[in-house]
Design a protein around this ligand. Structure first.
Ligand SMILES: NC(=O)C1=CN([C@@H]2O[C@H](COP(=O)(O)OP(=O)(O)OC[C@H]3O[C@@H](n4cnc5c(N)ncnc54)[C@H](O)[C@@H]3O)[C@@H](O)[C@H]2O)C=CC1
Ligand SMILES: O=C(O)[C@@H]1CCC=N1
Length: 257
């Protein structure tokens, strides 16, 4: 996730590579890859001063947040905003480890890499208006930004943070079905990619249900396909999928409190 965000920031020229420093607990190869690919600095937690940092991005797994914070808490200055993308981990938990620092929690998705994340963000009352403005700028450079109440971030995670994976899974299923119905693998992929790309662009322009109705001729092929989705409880399945992901976010918050 960190790479997707770095890629987006550099691409949009929001930051210069030399203004970004990356650290990793153990994965030196990953750091070298990031440095080679994007020109960012590699630093190590023990030897680094963070006093001048505007932002510290926490992009490790929720289980690793506590250890990461204990490694940096004595190096932070009051002007640094901690921006966490760790699913579920609350602002309260982060502040329990570092004190009353300005903390923001964002839930982006990996489309940040191409500037198309759908990001939700919430912040603590310690984040000043100016820092809120800076955060919005930073996050809007990697896609859309929706400011929500912290509790709503679980739902944002269920829909948007995890969302790309559901779409990819749907694309995989469509491709397999296309092949089963007689298309070559190459043709199936090409057709599915463009169907998703075209539909994604149309979604920006019109009401979702209206778009669906325009494709669906009475007694035609789409109606037959959609009937199968209905009979197989598609909406309930998607609903359960989003709810379970949101619930998992809540659980992670409790596990790593
Ligand atoms: N992958 C995704 O689509 C999204 C992920 N997230 C959140 O982003 C976070 C990272 O997820 P991924 O990028 O998928 O995981 P990842 O496993 O690819 O990356 C996490 C990195 O953190 C490093 N790390 C662990 N402890 C550390 C420490 N103490 N100091 C510095 N680095 C440390 C690991 O070595 C690893 O390289 C998670 O908390 C996840 O909930 C949020 C939105 C979307
Ligand atoms: O699967 C996860 O836990 C992370 C959070 C949202 C997307 N990936």
């Amino acid at each position: 996730m960190a790479e997707s965000m770095i890629h987006g920031w550099i691409n949009k020229r929001i930051m210069k590579p030399e203004e970004i420093s990356v650290m990793n607990r153990s994965d030196q190869d990953r750091l070298e890859f990031l440095s080679d690919e994007y020109g960012v600095n590699i630093v190590c937690a023990e030897k680094t001063e963070l006093k001048d940092a505007h932002f510290v991005l926490l992009a490790m797994k929720p289980k690793d947040v506590e250890a990461a914070l204990s490694g940096i808490k004595d190096k932070l200055s009051g002007n640094t905003v901690i921006l966490s993308v760790a699913a579920g981990v609350s602002i309260e938990t982060i502040q329990k480890h570092v004190g009353n620092f300005p903390v923001a929690r964002a839930m982006p998705n990996t489309s940040a890499k191409i500037g198309k994340s759908a990001t939700g963000v919430a912040w603590s009352k310690h984040v000043s208006k100016e820092q809120q403005h800076e955060l919005r700028n930073l996050l809007s450079s990697i896609g859309s930004v929706t400011v929500v109440e912290e509790e709503q971030l679980h739902a944002v995670t269920g829909v948007a943070g995890s969302g790309p994976a559901y779409i990819y899974y749907f694309a995989e299923a469509m491709t397999e079905a296309a092949i089963a119905n007689g298309l070559s693998s190459a043709d199936a992929k090409k057709l599915v990619r463009q169907t998703f790309a075209g539909a994604a662009e149309m979604l920006q322009q019109e009401d979702f249900a209206e778009l669906r109705k325009k494709v669906t001729s009475p007694n035609g092929t789409t109606a037959a396909g959609l009937r199968s989705l209905e009979e197989n409880h598609f909406k309930e399945t998607v609903g359960e999928c989003v709810t379970r992901a949101s619930e998992r976010s809540k659980e992670l918050g409790k596990e790593f409190k």
